[in-house]
Ligand binder design. Structure first.
Ligand code: UDX
Length: 459
């Protein structure tokens, strides 16, 4: 082969092997997107990540990627809001121009080695119009479960049928159109203008329908009926090859420092004795709820590792709202940190249960380590995930009455020491085994990832 032919072959090999990724700047979205970036990089794609200044990923952990910052126009006040839906709306309007300029520049700079497509978080709904104008295909990644996405997609129908706005008296009634959901599980998001929930989710659904492909951090054995329903309602090429973090160990995408004392403390505990408690990066609670959590933990008599994120209790710095006498009562039986190395914690032999807000990342992380869950969802997709954990997969128990110390204490004991907990653990171990199989050669996630790779190269 002469040098010109060699160059041509090299170019053909490279064609379509450059990808642009655009994560939503929230921890629960950045984590799966960077895991996806790692997976695609391992498949031979080169990765450019466009990101906002707000919550920008730690580039030093990813020397193999190229990073392109854009302005997000957020003031300090905007960035510290607890109204996630308002933040999403604002980001989607502030980023249009900077994103379009950045994309147009990147596309013009690398004309001889074109980008195959843009992979964006589904929540960046504005990006579809931009890529359409620049003639670039867009594939979206949904960082939620398929079951919760279908529930979001059904919001207009549920409203038409009179389920919304939710009435307290109807909370326990079944949603006939979406079994096994109850009215209280409908994924509404708290925000200052409730109408915005329909506007924002409506845009996400619409622009999902316009995408060239869908990516899910889920796996067929977990959500088979939901994936079948999705294929009917969204007839677009769809790829589910989760759990992403199990493909191979990758650098941490944590935006906060993880307190390693979590692990040294766990090393001193008996096997499966500890309940790990974390409500993730966004969920909040009031002082009354926080106090109920504290007394529920104290009264359960089980050792616990508790992540109290600064800001978990609105208006407080960190541990000031702990009730009087709590620390003296629990002594060395409890360990509290601001942020933990969660995946390592869940894999630790001392962990026997995970009390979670039921975000999709922690749910998958718990399944992968075979750890039974206690669920107390705060908003949105968490409501649906927790219903599935309790009723469909039966790998955890949902706190049906909210944060009440009596129910908390009782549920911790059901999971950690009673026979019921052992049965839950057995089912969890079965799911964990399914995870191991789906990632192996010939498994459902393995094949779906191969499918995505071929699909991108065909664009
Ligand atoms: C949220 C939604 O709930 C989720 O369903 C959606 O798809 C994305 O936004 P969530 O899954 O709740 O995200 O993520 P979160 O629990 O906030 O955490 C994200 C990551 O932070 C996890 O992968 C977890 O391992 C890590 N984490 C969490 C830590 O490293 N330390 C902690 O103490 C807590």
């Amino acid at each position: 082969m002469n040098s010109q032919e060699k160059m041509k072959t090299l170019m053909q090999q490279k064609k379509g092997r450059r990808l642009l990724l655009f994560p939503l700047p929230l921890q629960g979205h950045i984590t799966p997107m960077l895991q996806l970036a790692n997976i695609l990089h391992s498949k031979g794609f080169s990765i450019t990540i466009i990101h906002t200044h707000f919550n920008s990923p730690n580039q030093f952990n990813y020397p193999q990627f190229t990073f392109e910052p854009i302005s997000d126009g957020l003031s300090e006040n905007d960035a510290s809001t607890i109204d996630v839906l308002a933040l999403i709306s604002l980001l989607n309007s502030n980023c249009v121009e900077p994103f379009r300029d950045c994309l147009a520049r990147l596309l013009s700079e690398v004309a001889e080695e074109p980008f195959a497509c843009l992979i964006t978080d589904a929540v960046w709904y504005f990006t579809q119009a931009v890529v359409d104008s620049l003639k670039l295909p867009r594939i979206v990644i949904h960082t939620t479960s398929v079951c919760s996405f279908l529930a979001f997609a059904a919001l207009p129908l549920l409203r038409e049928k009179g389920y919304l706005p939710k009435q307290d008296s109807e909370f326990e009634a079944p949603v006939l159109e979406l079994p096994p959901l109850k009215v209280k599980d409908i994924p509404i998001i708290k925000t200052r203008n409730p109408e915005d929930v329909y506007k924002v989710t409506g845009r996400i659904i619409r622009e999902t329908k316009s995408a060239s492909g869908l990516i899910w951090n889920s796996f067929r054995e977990l959500e088979q009926p939901e994936l079948a329903k999705l294929a009917q309602e969204f007839p677009i090429p769809s790829f589910s090859f989760g759990p992403f973090h199990k493909h191979f160990p990758a650098s941490s995408s944590s935006l906060q420092e993880q307190d390693q004392s979590s692990i040294s403390w766990l090393n001193s505990q008996a096997p499966k004795a500890v309940i790990y408690v974390s409500f993730g990066s966004v969920a909040t609670m009031d002082e009354t709820g926080f106090s109920e959590v504290a007394w529920g933990l104290a009264n359960s008599m089980q050792p616990f590792l508790w992540v109290v994120r600064p800001g978990l209790v609105s208006g407080s710095e960190w541990l000031e709202p702990l009730p009087n006498g709590f620390l003296e009562t629990v002594g060395g039986r409890g360990h509290i940190v601001k942020w933990s190395p969660q995946q390592k914690v869940l894999a630790h032999p001392a962990i026997g249960g995970f009390w979670t807000h039921s975000g999709w990342n922690p749910t998958l992380e718990s399944i992968c380590e075979g750890v039974p869950m206690i669920c107390s969802p705060d908003f949105g997709d968490q409501m649906v995930n927790s219903r599935y954990v309790n009723d469909v997969w039966k790998v955890g128990l949902k706190l049906e009455k909210g944060l009440k110390r009596g129910e908390i204490e009782r549920t911790i004991r059901r999971v950690m020491v009673e026979k019921e907990g052992e049965e839950i653990r057995q089912r969890m171990m079965g799911l964990k085994e399914e995870v191991n199989l789906c990632l192996k050669k010939g498994g459902s996630s393995y094949q779906s990832l191969e499918g995505l790779t071929d699909y991108i190269l065909s664009l």
